[in-house]
Design a protein around this ligand. Structure first.
Ligand SMILES: *Cc1c(COP(=O)(O)O)cnc(C)c1O
Length: 370
């Protein structure tokens, strides 16, 4: 019943990651929602607050400037955008809001069918007419049809979510970027799930944004936006660089980015691919549940469709209450144009063990009625 996760070795990378954090109260398989921060990140954030009390918030912010510069430099490396302008935001949605409010052109945009629900709401709020990009059967962008689709009725912008909130399917962002370049269409990439997880370096986007709390394991309420020089108007850049911000959280995020780079960007990506495969193998045989991704889909997000009549929200609550296992309930509002029923998401970080995955499989079977 506990699947076949024993092939997930506990590597030095996994051990270091685990030892850097407070022990988890149970099994945390919810990184796509919010990862566990390291002690160093928590302490850097608290230390900044203490420094604000000692020397004053504005003086402390000046003292923190080199740490924030290092954080922005790490973002340029991870995004593969060496000359990007990088600003901290309050999250991914905040970044999209900034980008669309600033957009000077026609308000038409193309995105995937599985676009994140809150993103669709932001697009609507800014008056964008939304078209969908062609898909293959698998739910992946149809790379062969994309050129014709863009030529037929070119949108002013493409917004591309490289990895969704409702699915572990990795979308072909580089093919999307080359099609956009061929048609002279600017490309915005939502890397809320992709950043610090899969390879998003050098996609060729005009703008890329992400959140701190997900795979980077920084504090909540923080995000980042990287844009090619000149993509944002001067007025918007001035405005956002003078907006009141929780500098301590930017410090914490910068420390988390530094830890991620130090762990080895490619080593983390490789480990997360192994974790995804091991998770899907462990959960493939839980009675009545269906793993929606291919076993070797190169991400650490596993989506499970519940058996008929089983309420995924109730299952999520019982996993926490009865087994101290934290996973995510996915309502259809996550991807309203693609999801036709709710699901459960299991998204461990690099430190998950074969034993943890066995516990998740056993507990899931136990809390499933019928
Ligand atoms: C979480 C998420 C967002 C929103 O991020 P916030 O930081 O909560 O604003 C956007 N897109 C995707 C794909 C996400 O998973």
């Amino acid at each position: 019943m506990d699947g076949d996760a024993h092939d997930l070795e506990d590597t030095p990378l996994a051990q270091r990651w685990r030892e850097a954090r407070p022990p988890a109260a149970g099994v945390h398989v919810d990184s796509a929602a919010c990862s566990r921060q390291s002690v160093a990140v928590i302490e850097a954030t608290a230390q900044h607050a203490r420094h604000e009390a000692e020397v004053g918030g504005y003086v402390a912010a000046e003292a923190a400037a080199p740490v924030l510069d290092a954080g922005r430099a790490a973002v340029r490396v991870l995004a593969g955008m060496p000359d990007a302008e990088v600003v901290f935001t309050t999250g991914s949605n905040n970044a999209l809001d900034i980008l669309l409010a600033d957009w000077p052109g026609e308000r038409t945009l193309a995105c995937l069918q599985g676009e994140f629900g809150p993103n669709l709401a932001i697009m609507a709020r800014h008056g964008f007419e939304v078209r969908t990009l062609p898909l293959e059967e698998s739910g992946r962008l149809d790379v062969n049809a994309i050129g014709a689709a863009l030529a037929h009725d070119p949108p002013a912008l493409v917004h591309f979510t490289v990895l969704g909130s409702h699915s572990g399917v990795v979308q072909p962002a580089r093919a999307m970027a080359s099609a956009c370049h061929g048609h002279g269409i600017p490309l915005i990439v939502d890397a809320a799930q992709g950043f610090a997880h899969i390879d998003v370096a050098g996609i060729g986007a005009d703008a890329l944004y992400s959140s701190s709390r997900k795979w980077t394991a920084g504090p909540r309420g923080v995000g980042v936006l990287a844009t090619k020089p000149g993509f944002l108007s001067e007025a918007t850049r001035q405005r956002i660089s003078h907006t009141e911000a929780n500098v301590g959280m930017h410090v914490g995020f910068s420390v988390a980015l530094g830890e991620h780079v130090a762990a080895g960007v490619e080593a983390v990506q490789a480990r997360l691919r192994e974790v995804g495969a091991a998770t899907r193998r462990a959960l493939a045989d839980v009675r009545g549940w269906r793993v929606l991704e291919a076993l070797d889909e190169p991400s650490a997000i596993t989506t499970l469709r519940p058996p008929d009549g089983v309420d995924a929200q109730d299952v999520r609550a019982r996993l926490i209450a009865e087994h101290s296992i934290v996973a995510t309930y996915l309502g259809t509002e996550r991807a309203p144009r693609e999801m036709n029923r709710p699901a459960l998401r299991v998204s461990p970080h690099v430190d998950v063990t074969a034993a943890d995955l066995g516990r998740v499989a056993e507990a899931l079977a136990e809390v499933t009625p019928g």
